[in-house]
Design a protein around this ligand. Structure first.
Ligand code: SAM
Ligand code: SF4
Length: 322
């Protein structure tokens, strides 16, 4: 369907939990966050109803995220049910990769199409420091397994900060030359703990890469998202740049988000949206739910306000899911 600004909205990102098994320094405070009580989190049946209604409006692409989606017990069951909906053509997941190896077979059998794996350093000690809990080797094994299982293209999400990983840009580029991966550099957004770190613009990252490699723009259009893709002469996959800060991409935004407590969030930045859980838990019929979602989407804001630093949602990234 089209929103109030004529943008085609066909993509829903679903945060299935606010819980996470890591504490990435720019995303979550060390002590964690106040967790949403279990009974306030949407059940799989409730999520399924939202997706079914949204699919009637032309939503055909679903991304499962968190918190960390793989800490939610029984996730493959949800993926399988969403995949059974006739209007849904792709279900993908964004994960930190720590539990991928453990759940890979079930995810594959459930019909998961693709994974994006978040990884900000290739140094084992630094990984533990930055995630405060993680084991890099588990993530690397998960990445290789995802490639083997054909959950491709496997994309790595690398959020770049001056403090953590600006010095490792070429290590990631080289990883994309060794393995068939799309390496995507993402500009840090000033949300929650992210405000404590120094953002690096994608132009700075490109300059750093060009000291060692030619960057060739990819001619084929890849995906429907905000990334701009390039290759080095040796890349097996591609190198993507997602620039929410330096190149606002709101004019082509195609997505809305469902938080784990059932709020349909219309923009990553603003509070604007609607509490679908209230309707789901008071006997709303499917047709009515579809109308409620349709009306809400018409009110999607025209653009985010990260650059002007206007007051935002109050939710942190682990509660939104990226
Ligand atoms: N736990 C999963 C993961 O890490 O992939 C899914 C949720 S996580 C919040 C989704 C993405 O948001 C990750 O790639 C993470 O690096 C990114 N992220 C977290 N805080 C961010 C920030 N302030 N700016 C940009 N990206 C951020
Ligand atoms: Fe957890 Fe993902 Fe946030 Fe890291 S980025 S703390 S893995 S939600």
């Amino acid at each position: 369907m089209l929103d109030g600004y004529g943008r085609k909205i066909d993509y829903l990102r679903i945060s299935v939990t606010d819980r996470c098994n890591l504490r990435c320094m720019y995303c979550m405070p060390e002590k964690g966050i106040d967790l949403i009580p279990h009974e306030e989190i949407l059940s799989f049946e409730e999520i399924f109803r939202v997706v079914k209604s949204a699919s009637q409006l032309g939503i055909n692409k679903i991304r499962i995220t968190g918190g960390e989606p793989l800490v939610r017990v029984g996730l493959p069951k949800l993926i399988k049910s969403i995949k059974s909906l006739p209007g849904i053509r792709e279900v993908s997941m964004t994960t930190n990769g720590a539990l991928l190896e453990k759940h890979m077979d079930e995810l594959d059998k459930a019909g998961l199409n693709r994974v994006n794996i978040s990884l900000d350093t290739l140094n084992k000690e630094k990984y533990l420091r930055v995630t405060r809990l993680g084991d890099l080797n588990k993530v690397l094994r998960g990445i290789k397994l995802a490639i083997e299982k054909g959950l491709t293209p496997v994309k790595l999400n690398v959020v770049v900060t001056k403090e953590i990983n600006f010095s490792e840009i070429m290590d990631f580029v080289k990883l994309g030359e060794e393995l068939p991966l799309d390496i995507r550099f993402i500009e840090l957004m000033p949300i929650g703990e992210g405000r404590k770190f120094t953002h690096v613009s994608n132009e700075e990252i490109k300059t750093a890469i060009r000291k060692h490699r030619e960057l060739i723009p990819c001619s084929e259009v890849k995906g429907s998202g905000p990334a701009k893709y390039f290759k080095t002469p040796f890349s097996q996959g591609s190198i993507g740049f997602i620039s929410p800060m330096s190149h606002e991409f709101c004019g082509t935004c195609n997505r809305v988000r469902l938080t784990s407590e059932g709020f349909l969030k219309l923009c990553l930045h603003w509070k604007t949206g609607i509490n679908l859980k209230e309707f789901l838990r008071s006997g709303v019929k499917d047709k009515e739910l579809t109308e409620i979602i349709s009306e809400a989407i018409k009110g999607k804001p025209d653009k985010h306000g990260f650059i002007s630093r206007k007051v935002s949602d109050g939710r942190i990234m682990s509660q939104i899911g990226g």
